[in-house]
Write a protein that binds this ligand. Structure first.
Ligand SMILES: N[C@@H](CCC(=O)N[C@@H](CS)C(=O)NCC(=O)O)C(=O)O
Length: 202
């Protein structure tokens, strides 16, 4: 299968999942600054993925799959023995889904005003205040667990990917010491380092 990504974007979560799963994959960068967005091999990206954003996964049968939460679960389910997601139907799977939905809607998209050059300083402050309240919750949860659902899962890959952005945005996580310790545990994983290396981030 082939992952379309932009370095350090939310697609890193799927890249980490692929590396952690030990699956065979190709990865092609997409230049999101180019208009229209272009792939490294020169294709107009909307011809690959009509939604025009990363990540996108092209499966070996040619099917195109999108949406980070879905790709994470698809990858995890290919290699159940790696336990990157609890089995479908088990209650623990709903805990994973609860995290994936929280990360997608409360964290990932919570960053949007901070990236948007059209946001006013007040809008950026309000967005960070909202994110800070979500981070306080995550920090509390991580006071008693190593990873979000107890052991490492694709939810950790997704949250880690989003929280890396605080570095670019110069928003230190010092108020969230459990989050910082958890980030160290995540980055210590060989699959995480492999994906980051492949995106030129490590
Ligand atoms: N709903 C999508 C959103 C993905 C998304 O926000 N991708 C961003 C990078 S993190 C992107 O490609 N932005 C460029 C664009 O929208 O043109 C998902 O969950 O996968």
């Amino acid at each position: 299968m082939k992952l379309y990504f932009a370095s350090g974007s939310c697609a890193l979560a799927v890249h980490i999942a692929l590396a952690e799963a030990g699956l065979k994959y190709e990865a092609e960068a997409v230049d999101l600054r180019a208009q229209p967005h272009k792939t490294a091999s020169g294709a107009v990206y909307t011809e690959v993925s009509p939604k025009g954003y990363v990540p996108a996964l092209v499966l070996d049968n040619g099917e195109l799959l999108t949406e980070t939460q879905v790709l994470l679960q698809y990858v995890a389910d290919q290699v159940p023995e790696k336990a990157l997601a609890p089995k479908a139907g088990e209650f623990a799977r709903y805990r994973l889904l609860e995290w994936l939905s929280f990360i997608a809607t409360e964290i990932h998209k919570g960053f949007s005003p901070l990236w948007n050059p059209a946001s006013t300083p007040e809008q950026k402050d309000a967005a960070w205040a909202k994110l800070a309240s979500r981070l306080a919750y995550v920090n509390e949860v991580l006071s008693s667990r190593e990873f979000l659902i107890g052991k490492f899962s694709v939810a950790d890959a997704y949250l880690f990917t989003c929280l890396r952005w605080t570095g670019f945005l110069q928003k230190p996580l010092t108020l969230y010491p459990n989050v910082l310790k958890w980030m160290e545990r995540v980055i210590a994983r060989p699959g995480v380092r492999q994906a980051m290396q492949e995106e030129g981030l490590y």
